[in-house]
Design a protein around this ligand. Sequence first.
Ligand code: ADP
Length: 494
Amino acid sequence: MEDMGEALLRLAMRHSPIGMMVTSPDGEMVAVNEAACDMLGYGRADLTGARWQDITHPDDLAVDVDLVAATLAGERSSYRLTKRYVRKDGTVLWGDLSVALLRDDDGTPLSFISQVLDVTEQRLAIERIAEANATIEKQARTVAAIYDAVDVGLVLIDRTGRYEEMNRRHRDFMSLAYPGGHHGMAGQVGEVYEADGVTPMARQDLPSQRAIMGDEFDDVRIWVGSDPATRRALSVSARSARRADGSMAGAALAYKDVTDFMRALYVKDEFVASVSHELRTPLTSVLGHLEILMQREELPDDVRAQLAVVDRNAARLEMLVRDLLYVAQEADAALHVTRVPADAAAMVREACEAARPHATTVGVELEADLPESLVAMCDPQRLRQVTDNLLSNALKYTDRGGRVRVSLRTVDERMELEVADTGIGIAEEDQTRLFSRFYRVDTERVRVTAGTGLGLNIVRSIVEACGGEVSVESAPGVGSTFTAWIPHVAPGDG
Ligand code: ADP
């Protein structure tokens, strides 16, 4: 029977796809099968006679030793353990180990029969999944932390307008905009106002509502809240979220707090308005008295010459103050134009004659190509201002020896005022921005030339208020041509 049992065991060992070992109670491997050798990368001769402790991963040794001791002590007859072995090439084998102890009839331990199933692949797969999970969790935590820490309100809205996600910052903005609560759908009208801070925003203009209609935009300014102490100004951007097939999945919106910026803009306008007001009164008085003074006949020539310098500079100062005041008022109210029948050609001619002494001083040839008269319904003061500003720029930004040409004509139904120079010119990227308030081209030549960056803004405002438009054509180093078109309304037509 005994032999029969051993023969069966040997047979099973030889053909089993599972690694099998027979070890002595003190750990010596008495027999190992081929599957075990293959798993561990050892030859049979290497393993036979060696100790299982020597091929066990050091970190898993203690557990196995304890289990063996408990089995030998009779506390159990067998055990199972998932443990690591170290292959001959140093790599790790994960084995699902089952061990049973054979005892003789007296109960004396004879040998352990161990079976090892290679579960390395499964373990590695589990480890990889665990690692991937850990990475995903870490990224999710990082994103969540950033999401909540950024100083920008972030919102995700689905296709139907339902709010899907919102960060902490945005919840603050929402509580200002909707003190009575928000039902979680885009398009709820609340304490949301347009950039002027007073006009309540209509439903279709709400950034969230526009975003779900597929609009993408940047820097749409709104105010939320009505309490002046706590309300905030926000600059809103929106982008559509699309699925792989291009269909609309929803929208993402970002709300940036620009309250300080908006308040600073307001303060700037207020400041400009009040300063220019305050400056104007004393200046008017200075100019008035200068005029009276210069009419006195007994003045010595040198005093007269000096008074002329004072007068010129005071007049310049007055022009600057007027520009400032004008711009400040323009921020508040639409520009007012009064049309009367007037000779536009005469106004432009006056402007040219007034500039001629200065043109001579700076060595620029000034040419005027004007009709004898061009009577139209227009605002002569404003027309003069447009010509003055364009002409003074042309003279400012043209070098000695250059030419400036002012022309006025009617083309179709429009008056066309053109001021062309052979000056420094303007780079293409600056051309569209010239007409913005306070914009000056950032070159050395412009920096050393006095100016406020308001002149062209005023030109545009006046021309547009007259129903016209203004444009520039220019090439650096060649010169610039500014053209203002104003509808030509003959007296009696309008
Ligand atoms: P500024 O007071 O600076 O002249 P403007 O609003 O009149 O302000 O003009 C804005 C800017 O446009 C100027 O600073 C200058 O850089 C540019 N510019 C205006 N006119 C001309 C011109 N004729 N030639 C070249 N650059 C010009």
